[in-house]
Design a protein around this ligand. Structure first.
Ligand code: AMP
Ligand code: MG
Length: 328
């Protein structure tokens, strides 16, 4: 089996550049989640991403760029509004879908004629791209498992499958980017994220959060149940129902955990809790690490549901996937 090393991002940069240039895989830090990167212009290299992750071939990858102008290499007919969005959200947690250039191999886009583009807000990641190539990269987890927000999460999933993990510390945002499709008549959100509809509407005037049928047709990856822990997970509509569910599980001989923010301590009391912090931003940053901790130490996970629009809604999108839609 291949040896997998975790190296501090700055120190591993030179080696990472040469691995990418020779067609290999490198895990790199971004502000959303860790990415499993390969040269986006090299179809053999990109194929290895799917093998390492166990990812279905019909789930397209995001291409990461280091500079707004680089979009001209990978996309064609780039609309003016892309540059407007770039001014505000690039680098950042926004991925934009554009018509693809011939340079991008089919394996990147799952055979489609559009390509997803993002500029990550991590200096080492951008340096790696600038010195090698645009990087096709999905999240650096095994397919269908919880996305990784630390180098150790990546190691737990991909040890023996990748040579090098660049460690940039815990991810600041914590969930995957917002995906926005600019190839339809009205800009359409295909996946919610930290860049919210309200933030986009400020630039675009209006934006659609599309209906289910269109979403599946335009964004093939979304039919898969992503982000799921390996033990049964449910989402709790109230702290009261969570506590009742917890106590029932204990009576049934299970070993449950409440994945909750600390603001409910007076109700959750001395039950086992994996903390999500206090604020909505804390919740977003901590959710994947908390799910990974909980699945290691417990056999049943009960996650707090949050009300509200914007970021709370984006985070609930991931939580409902983790729970496979199950609520209590
Ligand atoms: P991941 O990097 O694992 O978060 O997966 C990337 C996701 O971005 C895919 O599952 C798709 O939902 C979306 N995506 C990537 N490329 C495209 C594209 N060309 N059109 C629509 N959605 C895309
Ligand atoms: Mg993923």
């Amino acid at each position: 089996m291949m040896e997998t090393r975790i190296v501090k991002a700055e120190q591993g940069l030179d080696e990472a550049v040469s691995i990418i240039k020779s067609g290999g895989l490198v895990v790199f830090p971004t502000e959303t989640v860790y990415g499993l990167g390969a040269d986006a212009l090299n179809p053999q290299a990109v194929k290895a991403i799917f093998e390492a992750k166990g990812r279905p071939q019909d789930n397209p990858l995001i291409v990461h760029i280091s500079d707004v102008e680089q979009v001209g290499e990978i996309a064609v007919d780039v609309p003016h509004v892309f540059y407007e969005l770039a001014k505000k959200f690039m680098p950042g947690a926004l991925t934009v879908v554009l018509p693809k250039s011939d340079k991008i191999p089919d394996v990147v886009t799952a055979g489609g004629n559009t390509v997803a583009v993002r500029m990550p807000d991590n200096v080492v990641a951008r340096e790696l791209i600038a010195r090698s190539s645009p990087l096709a990269a999905p999240s650096a987890n095994r397919s269908k498992h919880v996305s990784p927000t630390t180098a150790q999460h990546v190691y737990d999933d991909l040890c023996g499958r990748v040579p090098l993990i660049l460690d940039g510390g815990p991810c600041g945002v914590g969930i995957e980017s917002t995906v926005l499709d600019l190839t339809c008549d009205c800009p359409t959100i295909l996946r919610p994220g930290a860049v919210t509809p309200a933030m986009l509407a400020e630039v675009l005037g209006e934006v659609l959060e599309n209906g289910k049928v269109i979403k599946i047709a335009k964004s093939p990856g979304m039919k898969y149940e992503h982000y799921a822990p390996v033990v049964t997970t449910v989402a709790a509509q109230s702290v009261q129902s969570a506590v009742e569910c917890y106590d029932r599980a204990v009576r049934e001989g299970k070993h449950p955990a409440l994945v909750f923010r600390d603001i409910y301590r007076d109700v959750t009391q001395d039950r086992d809790i994996v903390s999500l912090g206090v604020t909505v931003d804390d919740y977003m940053r901590n959710i994947y690490a908390a799910l990974r901790r909980a699945e290691k130490d417990f056999d049943f996970i009960i996650v707090e549901m949050m009300d509200g629009d914007g970021i709370a809604k984006s985070v609930m999108n991931r939580v409902m996937k983790a729970a496979g839609g199950k609520t209590v």
